[in-house]
Design a protein around this ligand. Sequence first.
Ligand SMILES: N[C@@H](CCC(=O)N[C@@H](CS)C(=O)NCC(=O)O)C(=O)O
Length: 207
Amino acid sequence: MAKIWGRNTSANVQKVMWALFELDLHFERVDVGGPFGGNREPAYLEMNPNGLVPTLQEDDGFLLWESNTIVRYLAETYPGALAPADARGKAVAAQWMDWELSILSPGFRSYFWGMVRTAPEDRNVEAITASLDTTTKAFEMVDGWLADSPYLAGDAFSYGDIPVAVHARRYRELAPQRPALPNFERWYADIEGRDGFQNRVLDIPIQ
Ligand SMILES: N[C@@H](CCC(=O)N[C@@H](CS)C(=O)NCC(=O)O)C(=O)O
């Protein structure tokens, strides 16, 4: 059976597991990384030289890393409705996935690590505050975009929504003081209604 290597508390693993749920694919997930370790072992590094999770391993030995790439690969390879229909839709979805990787995720990192994985007495308040501010600006941008578009890549839910939504869950839970973002909230309420998001993201405590 095809495998996903990676602990399910990782946002990047959650993206892939959610995509698998949407596509009704049943791959085995193997706990690696975080408290499970193993991702710096030679056998793992041979599959993924970054020593990070997730890694996809298919039955014929095909290996793939980078969560957003794995999500797109799954959507384009297996039947389902996760991939936008045309080249422009795919490009806009990829644009939001790249943005998640290059802007949203790095911007949110200090807030997430500070609030979730650092003892209160060790927190760098300045870095946490700056990170929250950057993240709020990023979600204000999402809110503006969603004023004209039901989903990030057009009229239908697609893989373009997955990476941003995984972070949106964390931002909403960890930053109750955020400003009102009506279009973002409308989009998020819709995403929250998806069984895949419930099962593969919301049901896993933030840690
Ligand atoms: N850009 C990579 C980032 C992967 C990444 O940073 N994974 C983190 C977890 S979210 C990791 O492996 N951390 C080490 C660990 O879990 O032990 C991706 O999207 O797959």
